[in-house]
Design a protein around this ligand. Structure first.
Ligand SMILES: [Zn+2]
Length: 320
């Protein structure tokens, strides 16, 4: 008997072609999902910095520092935030040592495996993914990784995870009633229940308000033809139409229409900063300074593009 036996992947003998066997899901990538402020910290540091384990883990009295990655997808919404960093699992796991850490009785149960360059023999039990008798199975014959999706598989990486290894960057829905960062005070999470597009808008707004350089994300957010990818497009449309809701019958009537004017961009940044930190009255004030919706749209596009250090003119051509 091993402690991971009851969480093992279960390849099924026969599965109808239109169904997924959740107990044996192939995965090639793992993700780290976080709230906006942590995500901006990761981008500034260019890596996910490992931290101490605080929950009821057996490692919470150890000095082992870990970064968290997982192959799981969460419906309806992630408890960890709206911002998702994705990495190639083959590169993350290659040549490493694997140790079984524990199962935590969250719902669903969280199975934790440590991935490390170090030896923890004598402290933790080694986990061999080749055996296929636990929640993570590496099938050497097909060169494929599988996990049991009925549980939450959490990889604890005993190292920083560098953003140079990033394979994708996206926005996801935050769960409406659960938050891993504010377990004891759920109301303190300002992203609780935010959709992927709202989380994306908040991400851009706070990055712009605090001057975070997002140029390293452009390859993941912009298509090769120079147009916005779906996540960037959705965040932009949220900034345009939902960041501030004008009263019924509102008409743009401000004087800001000179496109080359620096003041136009200054006001667009001010509008975004007001939204970023919940100052609705300021957002209303700055919104009202624009002469037309077209000017407002272009100015917001230019400021978003500026944060990514790319050209704005083609970026949001498909905006309705
Ligand atoms: Zn939260």
């Amino acid at each position: 008997m091993e402690p991971w036996d009851s969480y093992k992947v279960k390849p099924a003998g026969f599965i109808p072609s239109n169904t997924i066997n959740n107990a044996c899901r192939e995965f090639t990538v793992v993700t780290h999902t976080s709230h906006v402020e942590s995500a901006l910290g990761i981008i500034n540091a260019r890596e996910i910095k490992p931290g101490l384990v605080y929950d009821k883990s057996i490692l919470n009295t150890e000095r082992i520092l870990v970064s968290w990655l997982s192959p799981n997808h969460w419906h309806p919404g992630y408890r960890y935030g709206n911002i998702q960093f994705e990495f190639d699992f083959f590169k993350i796991s290659q040549g490493k040592n694997f140790y079984w850490v524990e199962v935590i009785d969250y719902s669903p149960h969280a199975c934790r495996i440590l991935i490390t360059d170090k030896s923890h023999d004598g402290q933790l039990q080694r986990y061999d993914p080749l055996k296929g008798n636990g929640p993570w199975w590496y099938d050497e014959r097909s060169n494929k990784h599988f996990f049991n999706g009925d549980f939450c598989l959490e990889f604890m990486i005993e190292a920083p995870v560098e953003l140079s290894k990033l394979t994708s960057f996206s926005f996801v829905d935050h769960h409406g009633g659960m938050c891993s960062a504010h377990k004891n005070n759920i109301g303190a999470c300002d992203q609780l229940g935010l959709s992927a597009s709202a989380g994306g808008a908040l991400f851009f707004a706070r990055a712009i308000a605090t001057g975070v350089d997002l140029s390293g994300l452009a390859t993941f957010l912009v298509k090769p033809d120079g147009k916005a990818g779906i996540y960037l497009q959705a965040a932009y449309e949220h900034l345009l139409y939902k960041a501030y809701r004008p009263p019924p019958g509102f008409q743009f009537s401000g004087s800001l229409d000179e496109w080359s004017s620096d003041i136009l961009l200054t006001h667009a940044r001010s509008f975004i900063a007001a939204y970023a930190y919940g100052r609705q009255d300021d957002a209303k004030h700055y919104h009202g300074l624009f002469k037309s919706e077209y000017v407002f749209r272009d100015a917001i596009a230019a400021v978003v593009a500026e944060s990514l250090k790319i050209n704005w003119r083609r970026l949001f051509e498909d905006t309705i």
